[in-house]
Design a binder for this molecule. Structure first.
Ligand code: FES
Length: 653
């Protein structure tokens, strides 16, 4: 008689195995993706499968009731203590007796797919660099002179095919006690990064450690630092937190931090210490919030602009402040977390920083490229990551170009008379009635719109305190639509000042959005200076986009993606009215949310994605805005609202 035929779904992999073979062994033999942390000892439950019953016409087999062996003592014990879902079996215990069809549920797949929020985006395939392995180590005896570590390494190779692992002295120091406490069984966290790096034992626990490993995806911006505590087993984000970058006290923007380093002996080191300490606090806080042990955080991935990247790594960013803007290193960097003084997380944790595209276009832009994959787009897409510095990517399957543009902090509400960061009390959205010129606005932290004569009555926590980046963009665009500002960005014509909303301010005028003076609050206006600041910022952004379009030899793009935490809040219509981005139909402008953060998470969960981004970055053509004369030409032409030449759809929207 023939050996039983086993068919795995959803992979469709099939083959014959001798009767009595366990499902886990059959899966390994046939190259089926079935997980196991305990190596078949019936304790981790990662190997669960669901056997089919009855006739499977598609596969031409009939599965008997007893195609798998009955439940043995190990499986019975697991079911009693931990509970198996109905219809599930432990693949490492169940033996194949006759032809069978076996379904591997997503949670039992090592390379399970993590679906992203944006349903159109490619799912992340789990392939983390650090994983758990349960290992049984032979006991020493008088005739075996080799050390416990050597026997552990041999066991790891024999049981998991991980050859030549190394262990740091700190791991070695815990080894003997752990082996004896675990009765010669230990759970290891093993890091396997690039093929050139030997596997490294990050940490170990006595016996079977039934807790997942975690990683941090960190978007280190010049203004804020955002971190996402992500499971290295299924990719879900357990907790997220953001804090201000403490380097702000050394300089508001990137260039002022570079100058701080130039002007002050030891300045770069001061900034390095500050940011590392902040990241450490952030990690500790996240672990506490999620109720996990900080020691279980074994990886961190960083995305950041080149100046932040260098300061994080302890490199003086002075070269990035002057042409030719040379990076100390442009490749991805992998190093132990202890080298970055990250003491809150596991002492053996590994850090990976994405590669930088160029001296002005950093690992954050690389992360956006990894998340949005312009190189896989059929149509020509412009991706704009808006922050203090805007990073732009333009491309399709044929070629991808990148540049950065010095937009300055106006888009974040800085250098605006009533400006503030996006926090409770900030006006974040505004509509101006074209007839009455009265504003209605929305305030962060308060869920109502004002409806009475433009005055906000039901104020949110702390009242109305200012206007944030998205608010000022909308305010200027709405003023343009309502005829309160002309195409040159000027206010003060007789027609404009004829409304009671336009108040005299010094030698010019300002548009009054909210007068909180009576209640002891601030008076919130949009001044001529504010409009000027927004014009400069949007001209820089637009000029960067035009420069990339020139380089590609195109007059238009097919679609625009707004990225960055701030990009998520810009309304496409207002971005078009203002002329921040090239003219496209409004429905072709979408938001990718925090694409850099998503890129960090993808790189955290997938070694394949790291390799992809490393290749992608090398293939991206960098365009340097600082030395390109056409940038200046585009910048001047883009000063008008929306633009001096292009026929903008925005105003017609
Ligand atoms: Fe761990 Fe089956 S492999 S329970």
């Amino acid at each position: 008689t023939q050996d039983p035929l086993v068919i795995f779904t959803p992979s469709g992999k099939r083959g014959r195995v001798p009767a009595g073979t366990t499902v886990l062994t059959a899966a390994r033999r046939l190259g089926v993706d079935l997980d196991s942390v305990c190596g078949g000892r019936g304790i981790c439950s990662k190997c669960q499968i669901s056997p089919g019953k009855g006739r499977f016409d598609k596969h031409g087999v009939t599965v008997a009731e007893d195609a798998l062996s009955g439940i043995n003592a190990v499986e019975e014990r697991y079911d009693r203590i931990r509970g198996l879902k109905p219809g599930r079996r432990l693949g490492c215990q169940a033996q194949i007796c006759s032809d069978v069809v076996l379904d591997v549920p997503p949670e039992s797949q090592v390379h399970r797919q993590v679906v992203r929020k944006n349903a159109d985006a490619r799912p992340i395939e789990m392939d983390p660099a650090t994983r758990r392995y349960f290992v049984s180590v032979p006991e020493p005896d008088m005739h075996e002179p080799r050390g416990d570590l050597e026997r552990l390494i041999e066991a790891l190779a024999g049981q998991w095919r991980i050859e030549g692992a190394t262990a740091a002295p700190a791991v070695l120091a815990k080894l003997q006690q752990a082996l004896r406490k675990g009765e010669w069984e230990v759970t290891l966290a093993v890091h396997q990064g690039a093929e050139t790096e030997p596997p490294r034992i990050v940490d170990l626990w006595p016996g079977f450690r039934d807790a997942p490993l975690w990683g941090l995806a960190i978007d280190l911006g010049s203004t804020t630092i955002a971190a996402h505590l992500t499971s290295l087993e299924d990719g879900h984000v357990e907790a997220s937190a953001g804090i201000m970058n403490p380097q702000i006290r050394f300089g508001e923007d990137l260039m002022s931090r570079v100058s701080y380093s130039m002007m002050n002996e030891g300045g770069a080191a001061e900034m390095t210490t500050a940011v590392r300490a902040a990241i450490d606090d952030l990690a500790r806080g996240l672990a506490e919030e999620a109720g996990i042990e900080p020691r279980d955080i074994v990886e961190a991935v960083f995305v950041c602009n080149p100046v932040m990247h260098h300061l994080l790594l302890g490199i003086d960013p002075v070269e990035l402040g002057q042409a030719p803007f040379a990076l100390a290193t442009s490749d991805a960097v992998s190093l132990p977390a202890r080298d970055l003084d990250l003491g809150a997380i596991n002492a053996g944790a590994q850090v990976y920083a994405l590669p930088c595209i160029a001296g002005h276009v950093g690992a954050d832009a690389a992360a956006v490229a990894l998340s949005e994959r312009p190189d896989q787009s059929d149509d020509l897409v412009l991706i704009v990551d808006v922050g203090t510095n805007a990073e732009l990517l333009l491309g399709d399957r044929a070629r991808v170009l990148a540049c950065s543009s010095p937009t300055g902090p106006a888009f974040e509400g800085a250098q605006i008379s009533s400006g503030q960061r996006a926090a409770p009390g900030a006006i974040e959205a505004i509509r101006i009635d074209p007839e009455t010129k009265a504003p209605r606005f929305r305030v962060i932290g308060c869920d109502k719109w004002s409806d009475e004569d433009g005055f906000w009555e039901a104020v949110g926590p702390g009242g109305v305190t200012g206007i944030c980046g998205s608010g000022i963009i909308e305010a200027v665009a709405e003023m343009r639509i309502a005829g309160l500002v002309d195409a040159r960005g000027l206010i003060g014509s007789a027609e404009q000042t004829g409304t009671n909303r336009m108040i005299a301010e010094g030698r010019t005028h300002a548009y009054l959005i909210h007068d909180g003076a009576e209640a002891g609050g601030p008076r919130i206006t949009v001044t001529q200076g504010d409009i000027r600041a927004i014009q400069l910022a949007k001209s820089a952004l637009y000029a960067g986009a035009r420069l990339l379009m020139d380089e590609r030899g195109v007059e238009a793009v097919d679609r625009v993606v707004l990225a960055g935490a701030f990009g998520a809040h810009i309304s496409p219509k207002h971005a078009l009215v203002l002329g921040m981005i090239p003219d496209v139909p409004v429905e072709r402008v979408t938001s990718a949310g925090n694409a850099a953060g998503t890129g960090a998470r993808i790189a955290l969960c997938s070694r394949a994605a790291r390799r992809e981004v490393e290749v992608l970055v090398r293939e991206i053509t960098k365009v340097e805005t600082a030395i390109e004369p056409r940038f200046q030409e585009h910048f001047v032409a883009a000063n008008a609202i929306p633009h001096a030449t292009a026929p903008f759809a925005g105003l017609r929207a």
